[in-house]
Design a protein around this ligand. Structure first.
Ligand code: SAH
Length: 379
């Protein structure tokens, strides 16, 4: 497989390797970093490693050579935009929609926002698709408060792409690092999409975190819940719970679940997701996972199982100390960064835990990223 944008985009670091070689490379990485803590299982591959991303984002800018608005993708780690119409890891229908939007913006004479001059209107578009539901959400992001001729624009877009189920206009006046601004207006449909994972339905709002590879996410979550070895009566803590996915899936096999998450929007979605799935033995709190677990362990409150899915930076020492002080029977660590995972496993295995299973997943083919589930038990 080769991608003509590879050199400029550099999002797919393993682009030059065949898929089998990518898997071997990742296995070696995982072994090197993690085998000190236990046997590393064979990485779970994807049957079809292409077009797996359910989230497509295209930036708009004015191309001085072509003298018109074009769309592109951010160069990995910078804010330079690379003109690109096709990406080999993104969902194809969603890319087609993004390309239709680019053409419509040109025919509606809507200008791309220019960061340097502060002129223009549209910044970027986000297209998110529900893998099982087939629902599709378009989020049009402008720098200006209004979107010119929005009703006609949406009408023309739906005419070209009738499978879109909702269109949202988001206003992001101060740009750069924030993908979405605080103000949104639903232009068509319900303003969010839903998708199914492991038999539960989840709401995906424009800004909420949702794993980008639905096929592997299902395998990952199933493995994580399996590792928890729930018997129906356990008190389970879902730390860094996002929109509550893991906790909600695990809840039917647990006594009760407590989810903690820093992002208030994700917590709101989590509460709605629990209601939507009629899960009653779960509650969520918004806050720092480290603060919560420290309070719990100081108050002598115990959880039987702790599932933790921290961001790339891993857990803080404070979190890990309090976790070990609480002494849950089992810990299930879901990691998107084997380096910080290795660091945290070093702590956990020297503070009363031993690993039972270390299972890597290839969630992000063509990129260097490795996802891992580790189950640990109290020694
Ligand atoms: N388990 C979820 C989310 C995983 S992503 C899922 O699978 O969808 C990691 C989550 O940790 C994000 O939602 C992020 O907002 C949250 N987070 C980051 N720092 C945190 C902290 N200090 N305390 C609690 N949650 C945090």
């Amino acid at each position: 497989m080769s991608c003509k944008y590879y050199k400029k985009c550099s999002g797919c670091q393993l682009q030059n390797l065949e898929y089998d070689e990518q898997l071997r490379y990742k296995q070696k990485q995982a072994n090197t970093l993690l085998s000190k803590y236990g046997r590393v299982e064979k990485i779970v591959p994807m049957k079809n490693p292409l077009h797996y991303r359910n989230k497509v984002q295209k930036m708009f800018f004015y191309d001085f050579k072509k003298k018109k608005l074009v769309s592109g993708i951010y160069q990995s780690t910078t804010h330079r935009v690379v003109p690109a119409k096709h990406c080999m890891i993104e969902d194809e229908a969603a890319q087609d929609i993004a390309n239709s939007i680019t053409k419509l913006l040109v025919s509606f004479k809507i200008k791309a926002f220019d960061e340097r001059t502060g002129r223009g209107t549209v910044r970027h578009v986000l297209v998110r698709t529900g893998f099982t539901s087939g629902e599709i959400m378009v989020v049009l992001v402008t720098a200006t408060p209004s979107f010119p001729s929005k009703a006609n624009f949406v009408k023309a877009l739906l005419y070209e792409q009738p499978e879109i189920t909702t269109v949202v206009h988001n206003v992001n006046p101060d740009g750069m690092n924030l993908t979405l601004g605080l103000r949104s207006e639903v232009l068509f449909g319900k303003g969010y999409i839903e998708d199914e994972l492991c038999g539960c339905i989840f709401r995906i709002s424009p800004a909420s975190f949702y794993q980008v590879n639905p096929v592997q996410t299902e395998n990952l979550y199933a493995a994580a819940v399996d590792c928890a070895e729930l018997t129906g009566c356990e008190k389970l803590l879902d730390a860094y719970c996002g929109t509550g996915t893991i906790g909600i899936i695990a809840a039917k096999s647990a006594g009760s679940v407590f989810g903690v998450e820093l992002n208030p929007d994700a917590v709101r979605d989590a509460v709605k997701n629990a209601e939507r799935n009629n899960v009653k033995n779960i509650r969520f709190e918004c806050g720092d996972a480290g603060d919560y677990i420290t309070e719990f362990s100081s108050a002598g409150e115990k959880f039987d199982v702790v599932m933790m899915d921290p961001p790339r930076a891993g857990a803080t020492v404070r979190f890990l100390k309090s976790l070990c002080k609480m002494k849950p029977k089992r810990i299930v660590y879901i990691s998107c960064n084997p380096k910080t995972l290795a660091r945290d496993l070093n702590f956990l295995t020297t503070h009363g835990y031993r690993t039972q299973k270390i299972q890597p997943f290839d969630m992000f083919p063509y990129t260097k990223h490795i996802e891992t589930v580790v189950s640990l038990v109290k020694k």
